[in-house]
Design a protein around this ligand. Structure first.
Ligand SMILES: CC(C)=CCC/C(C)=C/CC/C(C)=C/CC/C(C)=C/[C@@H]1[C@@H](COP(=O)(O)OP(=O)(O)O)[C@]1(C)CC/C=C(\C)CC/C=C(\C)CCC=C(C)C
Ligand code: MN
Length: 308
């Protein structure tokens, strides 16, 4: 290829195999829960989820990562242009190579990716949410979209679609996939209340705080009292209702996807149990599920994947 002398050397992008290996390492490093889930999947689907995870992580880190102070609307505009390039089959950097390959194998729609960027734009300008409806839109954008992306890769059980009774039954698990994303995001928000408050963000709906006579000042001060415990119990109950809705859709997924999703759901939902065990003190204790507890959870999720 003609190399113009005054231009910087054109870096050749990594191979597809190397790009997926980078995605595997990033997923394993940043989310043991999701990595565990992907290791229960068929290899082609597992790699695709790693590629999606890295794109989602990079998108989130534009606003939540170490370089967030330099991120503006224009940054997100450029990121969306890079997304369009990926969907046109033209990777811009090494990690893109894996997602371009994934798009050649799975019919992913660009819209959930655009919606995820729209969610990050909300984090640029918004640090309070008046109502749960406001917060639900944010959760759909940053997490419900992940459910849509993941479901396209994991696939739907085709035998169910051709069954004689299939017309009567809802076979499209989209609502449940979005519900699991929202449930995960609500869990994430409850776990990180203290950390987010220290960054000036309160995701808990202000109308909910008011309903329990708990103020923004109480939250910023990390007050844990009967009002806080009642408010958190209400939030946890709502998150569990979204998990329950998600459960009803897992049986519609292709067989090899059910265990990974049951596992990811159960492991993430356990964070809520830990928050309760910690007396709802999310200000001085970061709720996490010990590895042994995660391991001991897997057999019951396998049973559920086989019978539900
Ligand atoms: C097993 C499986 C298919 C997992 C999907 C893995 C995946 C692609 C995750 C992407 C997560 C991500 C980095 C999104 C960017 C925005 C963000 C940070 C969202 C929050 C995630 C927290 O990620 P993480 O744990 O790494 O961050 P912390 O370090 O803990 O802060 C979110 C909480 C959203 C996560 C949402 C999902 C994983 C969607 C799950 C839904 C499905 C897999 C659909 C299942 C289908 C049915 C029918 C139920
Ligand atoms: Mn974020």
């Amino acid at each position: 290829m003609l190399q113009l002398t005054d231009s910087p050397p054109i870096q050749s992008l990594s191979s597809v195999e190397d790009a997926y290996e980078v995605c595997r390492r990033v997923t394993a490093k940043y989310s043991k829960t999701f990595y565990t889930g992907t290791m229960l999947m068929a290899p082609a689907k597992r790699r695709a989820i790693w590629a999606i995870y890295v794109w989602c992580r990079r998108t989130d880190e534009l606003v939540d990562g170490p370089q967030a102070q330099f991120t503006s609307e224009k940054t997100l505009d450029r990121w969306e242009s890079q997304l369009e390039s990926i969907f046109a089959g033209c990777p811009v950097d090494d990690e893109d190579v894996a997602l371009v390959d994934t798009l050649e194998q799975f019919p992913l729609d660009i819209q959930p990716f655009r919606d995820m960027i729209a969610g990050q734009r909300m984090d640029l300008h918004r640090n309070r949410y008046d109502t749960f409806e406001d917060l639900e839109l944010y959760c759909y954008r940053v997490a419900g979209t992940v459910g849509l992306m993941s479901t396209t890769v994991m696939g739907i059980d085709t035998q169910l679609q051709t069954a004689p009774w299939s017309q009567q039954q809802q076979l499209d698990p989209t609502p449940q996939a979005i519900a699991l994303g929202i449930a995960n995001q609500l869990t994430n928000i409850l776990r990180d209340v203290g950390e987010d408050a220290r960054r000036g963000r309160i995701y808990l709906p202000l109308k909910d705080l008011a309903a329990f006579d708990y103020t923004e000042a109480d939250l910023v001060a990390g007050v844990v009292d009967e009002r806080w415990r009642a408010l958190m119990a209400f939030q946890i109950d709502r998150a569990r209702r979204f998990y329950a809705e998600a459960e009803s859709g897992i049986g519609l997924l292709s067989e090899d996807a059910r265990w990974p999703v049951w596992a990811a759901l159960a492991l993430y939902r356990q964070i809520l149990d830990v928050i309760e065990k910690n007396g709802y003190d999310v200000f001085t204790q970061r709720a996490y599920v010990p590895s042994l507890r995660k391991l001991l959870t897997l057999p019951s999720t396998l049973l559920k994947a086989r019978v539900l």
